[in-house]
Design a protein around this ligand. Sequence first.
Ligand SMILES: [Zn+2]
Length: 191
Amino acid sequence: MCARFPDFRLGNVLATSFTGTLSERHGNRVERIPTPHRLIDWLAVNGLAVDSCTTAQLDHARELRESIHAAATAAALQEGLPPSAVHVINACSTQGRAAAFLTPEGKRRWRLGSASCVEDALSVIAADAISIIAGERDGKLALCASPTCRAAFFDTSRSRTRKWCDMNTCGNRQKKARFNANQRTAPGSAD
Ligand SMILES: [Zn+2]
């Protein structure tokens, strides 16, 4: 809608798509939910539409996001989970009132409670994070190989050897960098 805001990166895992709303954490950071309205947009795209969002709720969402990032990173590295991150994830998970429901087509959708919708949406994201960090889903948490990114992502490839959080951004950039390096070291070899 607003061209001046960075696009969302869409993935099929809710919790890591959410942590992906801040990218290039070790480079030139890109904040993809810079305003409450962009959080509303992101939630709508991810099946968690809310009516409104305050600045405080955006701050709360970002706190959850960074807590999921910290816990998922620790899990990917097989290190102990940071207690403060676990606390935030659990608090968010228990604070919301969201119900899963089944569509006639057999899809799962979420129905958020009426009073505090952002909190309800965050509880769904927190529960999703818990399920992947706890190892309950088929896949493996890993860190993006890009040194400026290092995003935690959920590898569901059969071989569990995915290297990039996102093929269209980090993967592609790496491919281009390798291509350029080859061009420099062996001019003409790519012709
Ligand atoms: Zn990446």
